[in-house]
Write a protein that binds this ligand. Structure first.
Ligand code: ZN
Ligand code: ZN
Length: 428
C-alpha cells in the first residue's frame, strides 16, 4: 500500500517535506475543515493562504474576483507554471463524526440558512498548495522560473474562475507555460489517476420555476396544482437519458432540489426545481438541454398553467480537457516520484470543474489529475466485499479524506508536476 519514492525523489529536498511542515499543514487542514466557507465567501480561508504566501516571500495579490488570491514567486529565468487550489465548501450538514467536523452554518447564494461542510475536499487542496508553496520558497536552488499559486473562490458554483478572469488575472500576471490542478477523489490514498483528453464532464445547472394557481386544499377545481406539475416534470425528465440519448453516449440529469408549498391544506402557486446536467459531448449537451426545456414547458401546458415556466442558468462548467503533451510530462514526473504502480490512467469522471477556464483564457495547456483520499485498507475491504460504490464520495455528508497519507501524496504530486517545467535541465 505504501508508495516507494524513487531514489532521485528521496534525495531531493524539495520533494521531501519535513515532518515539521507536515505537522503544521495537518493543523491547518483540520482548522480549514472545521471552518468551511461557502462559495464566494471564502474570506477567512483566503486570509490564511495570503498570510502564508506573504510570509514565504511571495508577492501576494488579494481580492481577485472576490476572495481570489494569486501569489507569485520568482527564481531567475525560466517558464511560468500556474498551480490552482479551490477554497470553497458546500451547503451540507457534515456527518463524518470526525473530531474536527464542521459545526458551521451560513447563508447560501439563494439566501437560505444552511450547514456548511468541506464535503468536496477543497480544504485538502488549500493545504496541498500551501505546502507546495513552502517547498518552492525554501528550495530555490532546485528550480528556475516563476510560480503562480492561485487560490480560487467559488468552484462549486462555477463562479470563481470566471470571476478571477473577469477581474483581469490574464493581464495582471505572466502567461503560464502550463496550468495544473489536482482533486482529491474516492480512490485509495496513494493512488493518482490521470487521463489525456476529456477528464471531466461538462456541467450545466438550471433553476426552473413552474407557476400554478393557489387555492384551498379542498378545492382543486379552483387551483392549478404546481406540486403535481413539478412531480410529473421530474419523472418525465428522467426519460431524457433513457429515451433520447444514444446508448453509446452518456449523460446525467439530476433534479437536486424540488420545493413547493408549506402546509397540507394549501395548494401553492408555484414550484421550484434546481437541476444538474452532465455530458461529455457538446451535441449531447445541446440535445439534453433542449429536451429539458421542451418537457418543462410541455408539462406546464399539460397542467393548464397560465404562465410559462421561468428558466435561469445557475452555473455552466466547460468540459475539462487535458492537453496530451503536458499530461504525459506530468505523468512522467509522477511516475518518477511515486513509482509507476501508484499512477494510472482513469476513465473520465462525471464531475465538473471550472479550472479549465484558466488555460482557455491564457491559451495555455492544462492538466488536471485526481489523488486518492480513502484509507487504502478501507478501500481494499470494500473491493473485497463489492461495496466500493457504498464508500463516501465527494459531496456526501460523510466524505472526508484520510489526512495521512493524502496530505503528503498531494503535496509531493503537485511539487513534482510543477518541477517537470521548473527544474533546471542539469538537475534532471
Ligand atoms: Zn465539489
Ligand atoms: Zn471539488
Amino acid at each position: 500500500m505504501t508508495i516507494k519514492p524513487s531514489s532521485a525523489a528521496t534525495e531531493s529536498p524539495i520533494l521531501s517535506p519535513s515532518a515539521a511542515l507536515l505537522e503544521q499543514l495537518r493543523d491547518i487542514y483540520k482548522d480549514l475543515h472545521a471552518n468551511p466557507e461557502l462559495s464566494m465567501q471564502e474570506t477567512r480561508t483566503a486570509g490564511i493562504a495570503a498570510r502564508w504566501l506573504a510570509d514565504l516571500g511571495f508577492e501576494v495579490t488579494e481580492g481577485i474576483g472576490g476572495t481570489g488570491i494569486v501569489g507569485v514567486l520568482r527564481s531567475g529565468e525560466g517558464p511560468t507554471v500556474l498551480l490552482r487550489a479551490d477554497m470553497d465548501a458546500l451547503p451540507i450538514q457534515e456527518s463524518t463524526g470526525l473530531p474536527y467536523a464542521s459545526q458551521r452554518s451560513g447563508i447560501d447564494r439563494f439566501g437560505q440558512e444552511t450547514a456548511i461542510a468541506h464535503s468536496c475536499g477543497h480544504d485538502m487542496h488549500v493545504a496541498w498548495l500551501m505546502g507546495v508553496a513552502h517547498q518552492f520558497a525554501m528550495n530555490r536552488q532546485d528550480w528556475a522560473g516563476t510560480l503562480l499559486c492561485v487560490f480560487q473562490p467559488g468552484e462549486e458554483t462555477g463562479q470563481g474562475a470566471r470571476a478571477m478572469i473577469e477581474d483581469g488575472i490574464v493581464k495582471r500576471f505572466p502567461k503560464p507555460a502550463v496550468t495544473l490542478a489536482q482533486h482529491v477523489m474516492p480512490l485509495p490514498a496513494g493512488r493518482i489517476g490521470w487521463r489525456v483528453g476529456t477528464m471531466l464532464s461538462a456541467g450545466d445547472s438550471w433553476e426552473v420555476t413552474m407557476y400554478g394557481r393557489g387555492a384551498h386544499g379542498s378545492m382543486p377545481q379552483k387551483a392549478i396544482d404546481p406540486v403535481v406539475m413539478a412531480a410529473s416534470t421530474v419523472l418525465r425528465l428522467q426519460t431524457i437519458v433513457s429515451r433520447e440519448v444514444a446508448m453509446t453516449d452518456s449523460a446525467v440529469v439530476t433534479v437536486g432540489a424540488l420545493q413547493a408549498g408549506r402546509s397540507e391544506n394549501v395548494i401553492p402557486d408555484h414550484a421550484l426545481l434546481r437541476l444538474n446536467v452532465r455530458t461529455f459531448k457538446e451535441e449531447v449537451r445541446k440535445r439534453v438541454l433542449a429536451a429539458i426545456q421542451r418537457i418543462v414547458e410541455a408539462e406546464a401546458d399539460a397542467s393548464g398553467a397560465s404562465r410559462k415556466p421561468d428558466i435561469s442558468i445557475l452555473s455552466q462548467f466547460p468540459l475539462t480537457r487535458n492537453d496530451e503533451q503536458a499530461t504525459l510530462r506530468v505523468v512522467h514526473a509522477l511516475e518518477t516520484a511515486f513509482g509507476p504502480t501508484a499512477v494510472s490512467e482513469v476513465s473520465p469522471a462525471t464531475a465538473s470543474e471550472d479550472f479549465g477556464l484558466f488555460g482557455t483564457a491564457w491559451d495555455s495547456p492544462s492538466v488536471f489529475w485526481v489523488v486518492g483520499g480513502i484509507d487504502p485498507q478501507v478501500y481494499a475491504k470494500a473491493q473485497a466485499t463489492g461495496t466500493v460504490d457504498a464508500l463516501p464520495a465527494n459531496h456526501a455528508p460523510d466524505f472526508a479524506p484520510a489526512v495521512d497519507p493524502t496530505l503528503l501524496i498531494g503535496l509531493k504530486a503537485m511539487t513534482a508536476a510543477a518541477l517537470a517545467w521548473l527544474a533546471p535541465p542539469q538537475a534532471g
